[in-house]
Design a protein around this ligand. Structure first.
Ligand code: ADP
Length: 239
């Protein structure tokens, strides 16, 4: 029996021979160098590395926000090279939830409206239903009762919880977190990481980028990037 037949399911993501170049003056900057990466369903994968190593560029490719110059990208058994731009953005809205260092909440909207936004994009017209779902996810991240607050009235940690609720409402296959604790103090960072770890325990696949070695303990696997290549891997039994 082959490995593939033995596995219970196919990987969520497979990247093979990925290269990314950015134009720089007369030349090119080779940012991702022949990368291979497989992300299994249910993993909490952490991509670590110093600033400039190519982490965000890789995340942008995984999140269909950018594309590689060559190589193969398979997401949930779909070959990205065969998808139209519309199909990619549909896939992004439906199957990927994003969390960023700077939260990116819309300040003029209240907490519930921020969480409802992905459902609006998905075409869920019934406001009462949207509000109900937003309420459920806000409760999950410990923000019950904050639905009507403005984003500006919340602390950084609370804003990141709103962003997590917003990332979850469409029940994505993958949560992508780019330095989600980068703007938070260490205690608040632990709170946010505990929420992500709990989501992962419940089966959610998470890919997170960080430069903070203290975050390794939350991952089921850590890969290290340097100058556009992976150096080594650590696998954790607690996963
Ligand atoms: P990291 O997230 O690890 O800090 P990045 O992926 O942001 O690294 O950047 C890797 C390298 O690519 C850096 O040298 C950066 O300056 C360069 N880079 C990133 N985005 C662009 C772009 N849009 N145009 C040109 N160079 C870029």
């Amino acid at each position: 029996m082959t490995d593939k037949q033995l596995s219970t399911s196919t990987p969520l993501i497979e990247l093979k021979g990925i290269n990314k170049y950015f134009k720089m003056g007369q030349g090119e900057l080779h940012v991702l160098k022949d990368l291979d990466l497989t992300i299994h369903r249910g993993e909490f994968l952490m991509i670590m590395g110093k600033s400039g190593s190519g982490k965000t560029t890789l995340m942008n490719i995984i999140g269909f926000l950018d594309q590689s110059n060559n190589g193969e990208y398979i997401f949930d058994e779909q070959d990205a090279s065969k998808l139209t731009e519309n199909q990619k953005s549909e896939l992004r809205n439906k199957y990927i939830g994003f969390i960023f260092q700077q939260f990116f909440l819309i300040q003029s909207l209240n907490v519930s409206q921020n969480v409802e936004l992905p459902m609006v994009y998905e075409g869920l017209k019934k406001e009462a239903r949207r509000r109900e779902i937003a309420h459920d996810y806000l409760s999950l991240v410990g923000l019950e009762g904050k639905e009507h607050s403005k984003a500006t009235e919340l602390s950084g940690g609370q804003q990141q919880r709103v962003a997590i609720a917003r990332a979850l409402v469409n029940e994505p296959l993958l949560i992508m977190a780019d330095e989600p604790t980068g703007a938070l103090d260490s205690e608040t960072s632990s709170d946010i990481m505990n929420i992500l770890a709990k989501l992962n325990d419940e089966g959610k696949t998470i890919v997170m980028v960080t430069h903070d070695p203290d975050m390794r303990k939350y991952a089921t696997r850590v890969v290290y990037m340097k100058d556009g290549v992976f150096l080594e891997e650590e696998e954790f039994l607690n996963g």
